[in-house]
Design a protein around this ligand. Structure first.
Ligand SMILES: [Fe+2]
Length: 384
C-alpha cells in the first residue's frame, strides 16, 4: 500500500434546518460583517431571505448581499465581488448556492488575504496563507464544493476554466441543510447529481486514490445511484436529502484524491460553450469510463455493483464494462442531452482536445491519456 495523507479542514454540520444556526456560528468566529455571495435565482426563490431572516432575528443585520454569480463564474465576477467585500469591510464570507457561488467565494477569500488577481493563484498550492473565513451553504446536490480545496474560475481572456487548489481554500464551515434542496427543479437535480456521481467515480478510480477516499467514493456512488432517479422524477424529500449527503461525501472523496479525464473534458466544454458543468460531465462520463475501465477491472466492477447492476454471473471484465452501461442507462432516464443537442460543433474537437490535455488533473486519469486520446473520446461522444 502507498503512503497517503487525508485532510478535511472543513467542519460539517448536516441536518434539516441547520442553516438557522448561521448567526451563532458567525458570532462564534468573532465576526460581524458577513458578505453573502449568491445568485439572483436564489434571491428570487426566497432562499437567501430565509437565511438572512435568521441573521436579522439574531441581531446580525450588518450583512451585504452580492447576488451577481453566474454559471461557470468568471475572473471578472470574482473581482466585482472582491470590490464589494472591500467596500463593506466584510470580515466573513457566506456562500449560498451551488459550486459557482462557493467557488467564487473561495476566490474572493483568496484575494482578501493575498491581494492581486485570481489568475496569479492558478494551480496547486499557490496559496500560502489562510484565506478569509468562509461558511458554505450548498443549495444544489452536486458540487461538493462546500468541502473541497478547489475553486474553478473561468479566465475570460483564455476562455479557460482555471483551477486554484489548496487545503487553505476550503471553507471553514459547511452548513448542509436538506430543507434548501426540497424545491430544486428536476433539471438541476439531474445535472448536479450527475456532477456528484462523476466526482465519486473519478475520485474512486483516479491514480491518486487511497483507502479513505475509496471508502467515501464507493459509498457516494451507491447513495447517488440509489436516489438520483427518484429525486428527479419523484417527490421524495428523503431521496433529495440522500443526494445532498452523497454529493458531500463525493466531495470529501475527490477533494482528497482528484478528478480525472471527465472533468478535464467537461471543463474544456464549459470554457468554450458555457455548458452547465453537470451536463458536460454527464455527457462525457460514460465515454471516458469506456476508455478507462480496462485500467482497473476490479474497481469498475465495484462501481457496477454499487450502482445496482446484477454482475454475479459475469466475468470480471464484463462486470467492469457493466458500469459503463449503468451510467448510459442513468443518463437516458434523466434525459441528459447529447453533445450535438447542447450545440457543440465537431469542428471544435481539436481545440476541445487540446484544452482538455492541459488540465491540471490529466495525470490523475486511471489510464494514460493525452490530446490524441481526448480527441478520440470526443469523436465517440459526438456519434452517440
Ligand atoms: Fe464537478
Amino acid at each position: 500500500m502507498n503512503n497517503f495523507e487525508f485532510v478535511l479542514p472543513t467542519r460539517i454540520k448536516f441536518g434539516e434546518g441547520i442553516c438557522s444556526e448561521l448567526a451563532e456560528e458567525i458570532k462564534a468566529m468573532g465576526k460581524q460583517y458577513p458578505l453573502i455571495i449568491t445568485d439572483k435565482g436564489l434571491v428570487n426563490a426566497g432562499i437567501v431571505k430565509k437565511i438572512t431572516d435568521y441573521l436579522d432575528k439574531k441581531g446580525l443585520s450588518q450583512y451585504t448581499i452580492f447576488d451577481g454569480i453566474e454559471p461557470n463564474p468568471r475572473d471578472i465576477t470574482v473581482k466585482k465581488a472582491y470590490e464589494v467585500a472591500c467596500l463593506c469591510k466584510a470580515d466573513v464570507l457566506v456562500a449560498i448556492g451551488g459550486g459557482s457561488s462557493m467557488d467564487t467565494a473561495k476566490a474572493v477569500g483568496v484575494l482578501m488575504t493575498h491581494g492581486g488577481e485570481i489568475g496569479n493563484y492558478e494551480g496547486l498550492d499557490k496559496i500560502k496563507r489562510p484565506i478569509a473565513d468562509l461558511i458554505a451553504i450548498p443549495t444544489t446536490v452536486g458540487t461538493g464544493s462546500e468541502v473541497t480545496f478547489w475553486s474553478v474560475i473561468t479566465d475570460t481572456k483564455r476562455h479557460f476554466k482555471m483551477s486554484i487548489g489548496s487545503p487553505l481554500v476550503a471553507p471553514k464551515l459547511a452548513l448542509v441543510d436538506p430543507a434548501l434542496v426540497e424545491n430544486l427543479p428536476p433539471g438541476i437535480i439531474a445535472s448536479t447529481g450527475m456532477d456528484a456521481l462523476t466526482h465519486a467515480i473519478e475520485g474512486y478510480t483516479c491514480t491518486v486514490s487511497e483507502p479513505i477516499t475509496d471508502a467515501c467514493g464507493i459509498y457516494a456512488i451507491k447513495m447517488i445511484a440509489e436516489n438520483l432517479r427518484e429525486a428527479v422524477h419523484g417527490s421524495s424529500k428523503e431521496a433529495k436529502a440522500n443526494l445532498l449527503l452523497g454529493s458531500l461525501i463525493a466531495g470529501i472523496c475527490f477533494g482528497n484524491s482528484d478528478i480525472a479525464g471527465v472533468h478535464c473534458m467537461a471543463e474544456a466544454l464549459g470554457g468554450l460553450y458555457d455548458t452547465p458543468h453537470g451536463i458536460a460531465n454527464a455527457i462525457l462520463l460514460p465515454h471516458v469510463m469506456e476508455y478507462n475501465f480496462i485500467s482497473n477491472i476490479e474497481k469498475f466492477a465495484g462501481i457496477a455493483d454499487a450502482m445496482g447492476e446484477k454482475t454475479q454471473h459475469m466475468s470480471k471484465r464484463d462486470a467492469a464494462y457493466q458500469a459503463v452501461a449503468a451510467v448510459k442507462k442513468l443518463n437516458q432516464d434523466l434525459n441528459i442531452p447529447t453533445l450535438k443537442e447542447i450545440g457543440a460543433k465537431e469542428s471544435d474537437i481539436a481545440e476541445l482536445a487540446k484544452r482538455s490535455s492541459v488540465n491540471v488533473s490529466v495525470d490523475s486519469n486511471p489510464r494514460k491519456v493525452g490530446e490524441k486520446e481526448f480527441k478520440g473520446i470526443f469523436e465517440k461522444a459526438f456519434c452517440a
